[in-house]
Write a protein that binds this ligand. Structure first.
Ligand SMILES: NC(=O)c1ccc[n+]([C@@H]2O[C@H](COP(=O)([O-])OP(=O)(O)OC[C@H]3O[C@@H](n4cnc5c(N)ncnc54)[C@H](OP(=O)(O)O)[C@@H]3O)[C@@H](O)[C@H]2O)c1
Length: 348
């Protein structure tokens, strides 16, 4: 494999390919103006905040070789959190119109990109429409398709560390999602699905520092019409989140879905915040300073806490998106999946 790690000198853009491709997109970076050069090889984009620091930079070329995609490349596009809507539209227009630009995985910007560019999508999958978010773009016969893959990939990630019957055996335990963004919507959908029967949290608690996102997630839940009780808590400060987490029943799950620790420094809770006894702390991220994970690890002995990071979510999320973008089948369990997980683990 002729792997390259060509990081473009222009801020906001980087390319990691399995072939010796030069960067196929340029951003001039001035005053928000962006110009894109058509891709010369089959190209998938990674739209995030700090894509150059993601492990996918080394994982993608190895997965591409294993999956028969050796001609393909991955290009990162960095946008600030809550970027200008016109930038989301420019990125979406470019991918829609450029023949060798096949699609994208989107993190952090899932709701904002959907809101800014949904009129550009030719097809919207039912989960993307329900949740008002897009975590993957693909194209078929020239049509641009918006997918919400997070409900599926976050479900695979939860299943990797929550045994079947976890909630049934702990009826008082809650799932507390700190941060009411795209991932929180996906996780709350997965955990509250009627198909789970009694294996659902006794309560969902969703906190956010701004009211707009709480109202958005509430509107999605109203359409889901789940029977799981859901509390929406405006939590502008760490002390607010501390108080909510402190009151959770034993066995509860606490998720850092804010991006704090990666997209911005810090943690949504204070040092010394009390985690639920015999509970689970899950940080959706696996890289960065990950203060929340450190706080959780320091509570392992006292609270008998289980601590999980976002690695398995990363693996499932990328596998779902690569399969969709390149229109190939990739197993999400079994030996073929384990081979890909092992390749990824070697790049951690
Ligand atoms: N491991 C993986 O593969 C994986 C997969 C998916 C997501 N992630 C990561 O998970 C994070 C969340 O992703 P996302 O797509 O859900 O992002 P998002 O849509 O930007 O949502 C983040 C939410 O957290 C809120 N928030 C920020 N600080 C807060 C605080 N101190 N207290 C309460 N709420 C706070 C934000 O509120 P405002 O609206 O007020 O800004 C926003 O609603 C990102 O860092 C993403 O990279 C990782």
């Amino acid at each position: 494999m002729n792997a390259v790690n060509a990081v473009n000198a222009v801020p906001g853009l980087s390319s990691w390919g399995a072939v010796n491709a030069t960067t196929s997109v340029t951003l001039d970076g001035t005053a928000g103006a962006r110009s894109f050069v058509p891709a010369r090889v089959r190209t998938m984009y990674f739209i995030g905040v700090s894509t150059g620091r993601s492990s996918v930079r080394s994982v993608f070329p190895r997965w591409a070789a294993a999956l028969g995609l050796a001609d393909a490349t991955l290009v990162g596009i960095d946008l600030p959190v809550h970027a200008d809507p016109s930038h989301y539209r420019q990125v979406t227009d470019f991918i829609a119109d450029d023949p060798l630009s096949l699609g994208a995985l989107i993190t952090t910007h899932k709701i904002d990109l959907y809101a800014a560019a949904s009129d550009r999508f030719d097809v919207v999958d039912p989960l993307a429409e329900l949740m008002g978010e897009v975590s993957c773009l693909s194209k078929r016969d020239g049509a641009l398709i918006a997918h919400a893959k997070d409900p599926i990939s976050s479900g695979h990630a939860l299943d990797a560390f929550l045994p079947p019957g976890y909630w049934r055996d702990r009826p008082a335990a809650a799932a507390c999602l700190i941060g009411a963004g795209g991932s929180a919507i996906a996780i709350s959908w997965y955990l509250s699905r009627p198909e789970r029967g009694t294996d659902r949290p006794g309560q969902l608690v969703i906190t956010n520092r701004s009211r707009a996102r709480l109202e958005h997630v509430q509107s999605v839940h109203e359409r889901l019409a789940t029977e799981v009780p859901i509390r929406y808590e405006l939590a502008p400060s760490r002390a607010d989140n501390d108080a909510i987490v402190r009151d959770l029943a034993a066995g509860s799950l606490v998720v850092n879905a804010t991006g704090l620790g990666k997209d911005a420094p810090g943690s949504p809770i204070s040092p010394g915040a009390r985690f639920p006894e015999r509970g689970i702390a899950w940080d959706l991220n696996y890289r960065g300073e990950l203060v929340f994970l450190d706080q959780a690890r320091s509570a392992v002995a006292a609270q008998r806490l289980q601590v999980e990071d976002g690695w398995i979510y990363f693996v499932h999320g990328w596998i779902q998106a690569i399969a969709e973008v390149f229109d190939i089948e990739i197993a999400t369990a079994g030996a073929a999946f384990e081979d890909l997980a092992t390749i990824a683990a070697g790049c951690r």
